[in-house]
Structure formats: C-alpha cells, structure tokens
Design a protein around this ligand. Structure first.
Ligand code: PLP
Length: 487
C-alpha cells in the first residue's frame, strides 16, 4: 500500500508543493518583466487613490495567505503606484532607473540570503572583487579598501568618522570627543548635499563645525574662500581636519575643481573626501572623466551605483585610499565574532570591521551582474548620453522665449523655469501639474532664491523625444497657467 505523504508541518516556511510554487514564481517573474517591457506605455506617476491606501491598511496577518493571492494584491495595490523612476520621462531628483541584469542579480542575492558581515564564503570575495574594480577606476592602488553601503548619505557619514579618527587617533573611539582637546572644523561648499551637515551632526561634531563656503558662477567651491576659512579657524585655535569636494552637485551637477582642492588638502593636511554620489561614475565615460581630474588624489570617495550606475536600490559605496583607515575606525572585536585561520570563521579581515554594519546584504551581486552584463564601456556610453540629452534640453530652453536657463549645464542636470508673474509659484505649479498628468516628472529646487524646474537626466531609458515632450509640456502648462484662471 502506497504510503501517504506526511501532513504539512505548520511551522515549516518552505513550499508545501514545490511545483506549484515554482509555477507561481515564474508568473511573478513574467509579470515584472512585462512591467519593465511596457514601461513607456504607462503614466510616469499617478496619485495614489484613497481606496488603494485604505486597502493596504489591514490587520497584521495572523494566518497564511497563498502566494498567488499576495502577489495579486501587490499587482493591484503597489505596482501601479511606484515613484515612476523606471519611466524614461522621470527626471526628478537624482534617481536611477535600475536594469534587468541588476534586478536578476538582486533576486539571486535574495535566494542565496548571504550575510556579508564576515566569514569565509564567495559572496564576500565577490564584494571584494567589485571594490577592487571600482578602486581601480579611480587609480586607487592595492591598500585601498571599501564597502558597499546603503547610499552616499551613509558613505559620507562614514568618511566623516574615518577622517575624525585619522586626525585624532584611536583614543577618540574610547573617550569620545569630550575626551580630546581638539575642536575640529570641516569644509565644503554651499552646493554640497544636505547629508554632510547631517553626517557632522550624527558624528557628534555638530553642524556648525562644517564651514559652508561660497561657490563660483559654475557652482564650484571657491578655493580662496577655503584657504581663508582654514586660516581663520587655525587662528581661532581650531583643528581643520576634513575637506569635502563634490563631483556632481545635487542641484546643478557642478563638479568642484578637485585637483585644486586636493592640493589645498595636502598643503593643509586635511582629509580629502569626494562626494561623488552620482558624478563619480562619470569616470567610466571618456568624455567626462577629465572633468573629474583630481578625484584620484582623494583620501576617500563616496558614490552610488543606484544613480548613474542603474543598479537597483540600494547600492552605495565608500572607497578609502588606505583601507586600514576603515578598520581603524570601525573594528570592534567580540568573542562571538572570532576570526580563525581555518573553517567557516576564516576569511579575515571581515567586512563588519570596515563599517558600522554587522549583518550586511549582498548589494555587490546586483552591481557585479550589471557591470559584467553591460561592461564598463557601455555604462560609460549610457552616462555620456544622459549628459548629451541635458545639453539638448539646455539648448531647447535657451531657444524658447518663454523659458530661461537658471544654471550652466555641466553634466546631466538642467535647471530652468518658465517666465511669468509670480514665477516661483508658477513653476512650482507647472511641476506639480506635470507630475499629476503622468506626462513627465521633473522636480524643483531653489537657486539664488528662485524656484527652478530641475530635470536630472539619470535614466538610461530617456531619449530625445522624452526631453522634447518635457519642453512641450512645460510650455503648454506654463502658458496656460500664465494666462490666468480664465484661460
Ligand atoms: C551629491 C549627492 N550627495 C549625496 C547624496 C545622497 O545620496 P543617497 O541618496 O544615496 O544617500 C545625493 C543624492 O542625490 C547627492 O546627489
């Protein structure tokens, strides 16, 4: 008599019936592939209906629900209401669009469920290999080290901590800032990202210890203002310790004169960090790389693969010229984390000693897939194209009487606005209307006190026709709004 299969174990999380789970998994993959393939046919973004928000507000699920049913809910409630950054007409903020190879890499990473805090396994080796590639792009030689992190906000925070420890020595890690006599001062430009003052705050140094220096007409930190500020701080008994240059400012895409900043940092004995959140990957584009000259002299670099690198969120990265500096800043021994010469606990040094996280996901895999599948040359060509599109948009703006360009187009960001009475309110409304129409999704910023429409062309799917539709839509909506409510 054939034996009966054992009854399902209610505490087992694996599928009860693998063939049907496999079929469902394939359906889910097909659905998301359809979503990507048909991305152009949908609105960029659409407001979330109240009913959809309400439908998600359910009690915590006590019992099980079938995978197909949960996926059905995802298709109804979540998938249509994303931010739209997959769409070629998304040009808001600085968002990457992701890519299929990276998505599949992320899926495999989730299947593998690797913890890259440490131990001796190939996922850790793969992360080290990607870091070696990236360090090589910037000419950082062998002792360089680095880690994948959430994003540049985290990488910048880590750089502040590394610079602090490099300046004050190991005792600051035990005694804290209250236990050292030095009062530290750091320097960056008025165009630097807001995560830098936040990093100073989180590091316990305080936002006021970050000197926010003026920029020139191109949006680049003024070297003379920098040397004057350093001199003033030294005269006041402070210890200048950190200079942060930016490769691609968030508002306008300006690139600081990194070679000049590197020279000042060297003379003044400051840690030189480059926030290259999106701009640093311009190193892959032969026409853009020369603009980053000087980045090779940085003590540390922060960059994101989830922006220009098109790796699915999140995939930030910190590189440090002397990798041991990371260990000197973050290593924290614990009995249960002993690193051995053999066995699974081998593989020293472990990544957990190079950053704040112990448990770490496998962000490197989706990056490895993206880089291997496309190759750095195609990535560079894609990055270059976004900058050519920005030039095209800049030219279209300059050719339109109703529009004005508010900042030079350096990389892939164009800041402009529609002329008219009460132009700040007008341009804010234009952007909101465009977003709500689903036709295009630029964002806004404020430049010299004026509201700007900001188009950051980060997306590898964006084409000339998307840029042209944005211009047409701004002119149409702006013209209508400028004519007044009766129009
Ligand atoms: C220049 C710059 N620095 C830092 C950041 C913050 O990066 P993340 O969003 O990855 O934390 C950004 C984000 O756009 C940026 O443009």
């Amino acid at each position: 008599m054939a034996s009966q299969p054992p009854p399902p174990d209610p505490a087992d999380l694996d599928p009860v019936h693998w063939p049907s789970s496999r079929a469902q998994a394939h359906r889910m993959l097909d659905d998301i592939l359809d979503h990507l393939e048909q991305v152009r046919e949908r609105p960029v973004w659409q407001p979330i209906p109240d009913a959809v928000r309400a439908a998600l507000r359910q009690p915590s699920p006590g019992g099980p629900t079938g995978l197909a049913e949960v996926h059905g809910e995802f298709l109804r409630l979540v998938l249509p209401y994303g931010a739209g950054n997959l769409h070629p007409a998304f040009m808001g903020w600085v968002h990457g669009a992701g890519n299929l190879a990276g998505m599949l890499g992320e899926m495999l990473a989730a299947g593998l469920n690797a913890n890259l805090g440490g131990r001796d396994h190939m996922p850790v080796e793969l992360e080290r290999q990607v870091i070696r590639w990236v360090a090589g792009w910037f000419g950082l030689p062998a002792p360089a080290g680095g880690l994948f992190v959430t994003g540049t906000s985290m990488a910048n925070f880590m750089a502040v901590l590394v610079a602090r420890t490099a300046t004050l020595g190991a005792p600051v890690r035990t005694r804290g800032l209250a236990g050292v006599p030095e009062r530290l001062a750091a320097y960056t430009s008025a165009a630097a990202h807001a995560c830098l003052p936040k990093a100073m705050d989180m590091a316990g140094l305080g936002r006021d210890a970050l000197r926010i220096l003026p920029v020139d007409r191109q949006g680049r930190l003024e070297p003379r203002a920098l040397t004057a500020a350093i001199a003033a701080d030294r005269a006041a008994g402070l210890t200048p310790f950190l200079l942060v240059g930016t490769a691609g400012t968030v508002d306008t895409g300006a690139v600081d004169d990194l070679a000049a900043l590197a020279a000042i940092a060297r003379t003044e004995r400051l840690w030189f960090h480059v926030d290259g959140a999106y701009g640093a990957l311009g190193i892959l584009a032969p026409d853009l790389a020369p603009r980053l000259a000087g980045i090779q002299q940085a003590d540390s670099i922060a960059l994101d693969f989830h922006k220009w690198g098109q790796v699915p969120y999140d995939a930030g990265c910190i590189l440090v010229r002397d990798g041991e500096r990371l260990r000197a800043t973050f290593a924290a021994p614990a009995a249960y984390l002993r690193q051995e010469a053999r066995g699974l606990a081998a593989g020293a040094p472990w990544p957990c000693d190079f950053g704040p996280d112990l448990s770490r996901g496998f962000r490197a895999l989706k990056t490895w897939f993206t880089l291997k599948v496309h190759g750095t040359e195609r990535m560079g060509a894609m990055i270059s194209r976004t900058c050519r599109l920005a030039q095209h948009l800049g030219a279209r703006v300059e050719a339109a009487e109703a529009l004005e360009l508010l900042a030079p187009v350096t990389l892939n960001i164009v800041c402009f606005r529609h002329r008219g009475r009460d132009a700040d309110a007008l341009n804010q409304r234009i952007v909101t209307e465009l977003q709500e129409s689903g036709v295009a999704a630029p964002s806004t910023t404020v430049l010299d006190g004026r509201c700007a429409i900001r188009a950051a062309i980060v997306n590898h799917r964006t084409q000339v026709r998307d840029v042209d539709s944005l211009v047409a839509a701004v002119l149409e909506v702006g013209g209508r709004l400028a004519r007044g409510p009766e129009a």
